[in-house]
Design a protein around this ligand. Structure first.
Ligand code: WTA
Length: 638
């Protein structure tokens, strides 16, 4: 081993609050003793096989985990299964036949409710229609739609017949949309004509019209008239078909195609910090087992729950926990087309009150945004139906955690801060409702997940030292490769450490209790006077000042210190950005994190560059600061 020891990150956020599970949460919980469950997970094959038994298999697997070609792991090989059958058809035979599968709502207050039976017939009609368009197993179908029932129907219809869906976020520009359709050689596009956003109609049809001219592989476009009442035939091009007419007259029965466990289920593009977007590939059986199991235990899902995940289907959160996860558990969910602050920042709380949502899963960026408007909106509504709250996507800074806990959960709801990635498919590190919670920590790896912190040489670091967050054992919902790019798959995730350890690209540390604390992307690390500091910790310290609602930090070259911290902050209403506040913020960060965290410069901004899924893009702040090229901006929310 070389001497080049990764010393880890030097500054640690000293968050000491701990919240123990309440009596009623413990009583209700499916699993009382999480440590036992974690212990069971040590035999990963046995653990996941037990979970897989709970689904309907056309043919059972021969091998639980095939490690013969690492890291191209395979799960449940030899098995035959259909995901849509397990998410929808299965419930038709049970008492859930007429229960609600989906409650769709939009910002205009319109509502559509679908029972499992209704969803089943819609999916079957669409699946038959796709077959009539010539779609066969293995074909790629792109979906460019907002959160609406047809987008979910389309995903499930693809999965029913073995077509691979490629959902492209409906806010992406023409260029990125075209790139994703061409890279995946999509045969069919299913697109909505528009979406509602903040009281306006956003036209998607014109983007589609432009895009298909540049996508030679597309043979047909199915147009969903989502915002427009009707279309004249003359308004459609030769390859465009209207969804309503297409499914009309189709049979409401469709035989599921029994797929091999490892047949691809979907492609989902995720942007890298450098280079082209990556087409992440997920397969059928392992994804199904991983997603359903993590949702069930992390959010303690019962039959009477009303689940609401605000993640858009354009992102992995939407795939795993707005669409597949809840349906696989037979849970009713809310699908909402709209943002958190229109017509006012109370809209989400109003929906929770009206429908009696019990489990609510959202993003830290949405919470920090809503915090800016104070507590008064939450106070207008009765949120007592809520039992569990959760977040994903970024660090839930301790202050935001407390705000969510107090104002939305009324100190009764555990907060499940889940760490995972598009590549992971499912939660990998997260608390469960029955364990102690620490604001700002993602708690422990899920049973069957072996996570660790490594230095650059692949040595495991002791508690308290930050380093690379790695996963040492395979898990069922893991991505299988990057589309057409095994080499990039190996280089980005597997080659840095021996023995096929997955490198997440995030920095984290463990504490003495084995709780994980995410410190940010390793690309965003700060190096001040030789000290390595995780961006999240400085940002959490800034957000813990009462004047600040959001913050982002980057390293800025400095002739003396090598790098100093430059902070971009968004002020809460009622505060003035002046030299007094700047001094106070610098002192506050020094007080919270220690003398190493010297902030060189603070700028007040109205907005931070974010991905459309709400993540702060520090790389854009850095590039703008130095005047360098912005790189891949396809997911930047402009
Ligand atoms: C970040 C989202 C801190 C992390 C499901 C990861 C988080 C990236 C958390 C993946 C969390 C996700 N705390 N950071 N709880 N969850 N991240 O692919 O940097 O859109 O690598 O998947 O988001 O983002 P992705």
């Amino acid at each position: 081993m070389s001497n080049k020891k990764f010393r880890g990150t030097d500054v640690l956020l000293h968050e000491k609050r701990v919240f123990e599970p309440k009596e009623d949460v413990l009583n209700r919980s499916l699993v009382k003793n999480w440590d036992e469950e974690i212990e069971k997970g040590k035999d990963i094959e046995k653990y996941w096989a037990e979970k897989a038994e709970q689904f309907v298999w056309f043919k059972k697997w021969n091998k639980i985990l095939d490690e013969s070609n690492k890291p191209f792991y395979q799960w449940f090989t030899g098995g035959k299964i259909n995901l849509t059958y397990n998410a929808v058809d299965r419930w038709i035979e049970t008492g859930k036949r007429n229960s609600l599968a989906i409650i769709y709502i939009n910002e205009r207050g319109e509502e559509i409710k679908l029972t499992f039976y209704e969803l089943y017939t819609h999916v079957n009609k669409m699946a038959n229609a796709l077959k009539n368009l010539g779609v066969v197993k293995g074909d790629v179908v792109s979906i460019y739609m907002p959160m609406c029932i047809e987008s979910i129907i389309s995903m499930l219809a693809c999965a029913k017949i073995g077509a691979i869906h490629n959902v492209v976020y409906s806010g992406l520009s023409v260029g990125s949309f075209v790139e994703r359709m061409n890279d995946s050689k999509s045969k069919i596009l299913i697109a909505a004509d528009g979406t509602y956003r903040r009281g306006k109609i956003i036209d998607l049809k014109n983007i589609v019209d432009e895009a298909i001219l540049r996508c030679p592989s597309i043979q047909s476009v199915v147009v969903i008239n989502h915002v427009k009442e009707s279309y004249e035939l003359a308004e459609l091009s030769g390859i465009e078909l209207l969804y309503d007419r297409l499914v009309e007259g189709e049979s409401s029965y469709c035989e599921p195609v029994w797929l091999n466990s490892e047949d691809p289920l979907f492609i989902l593009y995720t942007s890298g910090s450098v280079g082209e977007p990556k087409g992440v590939i997920h397969t059928t059986a392992g994804y199904m087992v991983g997603v359903a199991t993590t949702l069930k235990y992390n959010f303690d899902i019962h039959d009477d729950d009303l689940w609401w995940c605000t993640g858009d289907i354009g992102w992995i959160t939407g795939h795993s926990y707005s669409v597949y996860g809840p349906l696989l558990l037979g849970t009713t969910s809310i699908i909402y087309e709209g943002g958190p602050d229109f017509p006012d920042p109370g809209i989400w709380w109003k929906i929770i009150e009206k429908y009696g949502v019990t489990k609510f899963y959202t993003s830290p960026t949405a919470i920090r945004h809503l915090m800016r408007f104070g507590e008064r909106y939450a106070k207008l509504y009765d949120l007592s139906s809520l039992r569990i709250l959760g977040t994903v996507g970024e660090t839930l800074n301790p202050e935001a955690w407390m705000w969510f806990y107090r104002n939305i959960g009324n100190k009764n709801c555990p907060i499940i801060d889940t760490w995972w990635q598009t590549e992971n498919g499912m939660h990998l590190i997260a608390p469960t409702p029955t364990i102690s919670l620490k604001p700002g920590s993602v708690a422990k790896p899920f049973p069957g997940i072996e996570a660790d912190i490594f230095d650059d040489d692949g040595n495991s670091l002791p508690p308290g030292q930050g380093g690379h967050l790695v996963i040492k054992k395979p898990w069922p919902a893991m991505f299988r490769t990057l589309l057409n790019n095994d080499e990039r798959f190996l280089d980005t995730y597997w080659n840095d450490f021996p023995e096929c350890v997955f490198k997440s690209g995030d920095l984290a540390r463990k504490d003495e209790d084995g709780y994980f604390w995410i410190q940010g992307r390793s690309d965003d690390i700060l190096k001040v006077a030789g000290h390595r500091i995780g961006s999240s910790e400085v940002e959490s310290a800034l957000v813990s000042h009462p004047a600040i609602s959001e913050a982002s930090v980057i390293g800025k070259k400095d002739p003396v210190k090598g790098e100093v911290i430059k902070a971009f902050v968004i002020l809460k209403g009622g505060y003035k950005f002046d030299s007094k506040l700047i001094e106070e913020l610098k002192e506050h960060v020094g007080h919270e994190l220690g003398p190493v965290a010297v902030i060189g410069e603070i700028t007040s901004v109205d907005n931070l560059p974010k991905t459309r899924s709400g993540k702060i893009m520090r790389r854009i702040l850095r590039a703008k600061d130095t005047g360098e090229e912005l790189g891949d901006t396809s997911t930047l929310d402009m």
